[in-house]
Design a protein around this ligand. Structure first.
Ligand code: GAR
Length: 214
């Protein structure tokens, strides 16, 4: 099974969704390493509770991005990580690091990319007056929040929404699409084709998320 590492910076609810899917038998990967760039990130406790080796690689202890990433790479090598998931990891990675992990590195972002890259996505979506918000799992490319899209989910923006209320509904979708995207990759059903990802059985896979059986 594919050996997966997860990089986090905080709460780790997306990490938890991967752990839960693995435990439920719907995510055929080995979760072998969780690394946080923030000491005391709550997600580290989730890793511990799930019996996954975790490490802190604190960016503040390094003089620049390159030495930070060297330490990150050493920890990943140590755990024999083959595939990497960013789950609320709030540091930008250098082109060198991203290119080294080309097509083996995915991210979840709380907007319908390519709209609303960057931070404060829900406030900006409400402010812009768009009718739908959502989330995206994509392969990472050197430019921030760009890269071939694997899975997206949309939620309507309601008239009374605040960034917090909208964020909660989007997060519930994040927890469905991150395990789905990783499963499609683990099952070798997601193929990068230029700027796009072709998914074998995409319609059925999405249907299972939108209308779960039972
Ligand atoms: C999630 O909403 C994720 O999409 C977002 O941070 C949150 C992390 O929550 N990621 C980004 O904004 C990346 N630019 P979590 O720690 O509970 O998974």
């Amino acid at each position: 099974m594919m050996r997966v590492g997860v990089l986090i910076s905080g709460r780790g609810s997306n990490l938890q969704s991967l752990i839960d899917a693995r435990d439920a038998g719907s995510l055929p990967v080995e979760l072998v390493s969780v690394i946080s760039n923030v000491a005391g990130a709550p997600g580290l406790e989730r890793a511990k509770a799930a019996g996954i080796t975790s490490n802190v690689v604190d960016h503040k202890k390094f003089d620049g991005r390159a030495p930070f990433e060297d330490a990150l790479s050493a920890a990943l090598l140590d755990a024999d990580v083959e595939f990497l998931c960013l789950a609320g990891f709030m540091r930008l990675l250098t082109d060198g690091f991203v290119n080294k992990w080309q097509d083996r590195l995915i991210n979840i972002h709380p907007s319908l990319l390519p709209a609303f890259k960057g931070l404060d996505t829900h406030a900006r979506a409400i402010e812009a007056g768009v009718r739908f918000a959502g989330c995206t799992v994509h392969f990472v490319r050197p430019t921030m929040d760009e890269g071939p899209i694997i899975v997206q989910a949309a939620v309507p923006i309601l008239s009374g929404d605040t960034p917090a209320s909208l964020g909660e509904r989007v997060l519930a979708e994040e927890h469905k699409i991150y395990p789905l995207a990783l499963r499609l990759i683990a099952e070798e059903r997601a193929t990068v084709d230029g700027a796009r990802v072709i998914i074998d059985g995409a319609d059925a896979a999405m249907e299972a998320v939108i209308n779960p059986p039972g």
